[in-house]
Design a protein around this ligand. Structure first.
Ligand SMILES: N[C@@H](CCC(=O)N[C@@H](CS)C(=O)NCC(=O)O)C(=O)O
Ligand SMILES: *[C@@H]1O[C@H](CO)[C@@H](O)[C@H](O)[C@H]1NC(C)=O
Length: 218
């Protein structure tokens, strides 16, 4: 019997996009369910009772939560096009940088659009510092995974559709600050698994306009 794969997601979510890109890389067919996060479905509440967040991958009735866990699960179940390096040390490094993206980059990016004035300037500076560290880690490789997309690529590239929002709200150019990151994004976008998954950055910006009202920014 064929696998039943369902993804509970929300279209602009960088976390959900990690799952979508991984599934596309592996050529896994699945049912996509977009959640209304202000009115979560009973299925979401049942399958992620702890955090009640998307993404959730439901594989043959079993749910897997947390995007980094989901990407690793997908990589272990569908073995084609491995996303993780073979070497344990390199694997540890990949996990380290994925954790860095979640702990630092996501937080600074969000603070750029949620704040103003000095707080926003500080967030912007921290964000650029994070991207510079990530540029250093990329080095001269085409992808974090080497010749092909790997774990860190899949974890980081979803934020590219948020770059326009950060740049517009923060009044800065990521390309001026971190040209190697932008060149890497362009290489990732040559992969269908990425270009077909990432939503239009202008649509993300529009959504952020609504979110700002909700969070009382402006
Ligand atoms: N650490 C989680 C983060 C997921 C997350 O923040 N999901 C957000 C959407 S981007 C969510 O579902 N928020 C709904 C809520 O917090 O009520 C992951 O990596 O999966
Ligand atoms: C945006 O940045 C430019 C160049 O750094 C600067 O000249 C301009 O005054 C800034 N605009 C705002 C609204 O801060």
């Amino acid at each position: 019997m064929a696998d039943e794969v369902i993804l509970l997601d929300f279209w602009p979510s960088p976390f959900g996009l990690r799952a979508r890109i991984s599934l596309a890389e592996k050529g896994v067919e699945y049912e996509y369910k977009d959640e209304d996060l202000s009115n979560k479905s009973p299925l979401l509440l049942k399958s992620n009772p702890i955090h009640k967040k998307i993404p959730v991958l439901i594989h043959n009735g079993k749910s897997i939560c947390e995007s980094l866990v989901i990407v690793q699960y997908i990589n272990e179940v569908w073995k084609d096009k491995p996303l993780m390096p073979e070497d344990p040390y390199e694997r540890a490094q990949a996990r380290f940088w994925a954790d860095f993206v979640d702990k630092k980059l996501y937080d600074c990016g969000t603070r750029i659009w949620r704040s103003k004035g000095e707080a926003q300037d500080a967030a912007k500076k921290e964000f650029i510092d994070c991207l510079k560290l990530l540029e250093g880690e990329l080095g001269d490789k085409p992808f974090y995974g080497g010749k092909n997309l790997g774990y860190v690529d899949v974890v980081l590239v979803p934020f590219a559709c948020w770059f326009y929002t950060y740049e517009t709200d923060g009044n800065f150019s990521i390309e001026n600050e971190c040209p190697k990151i932008i060149a890497w994004v362009k290489r990732c976008m040559e992969k269908e698994s990425v270009s077909k998954a990432l939503p239009d950055p202008h649509k993300v910006y529009e959504l952020v306009g609504f979110l700002k009202k909700k969070h009382g920014v402006e």
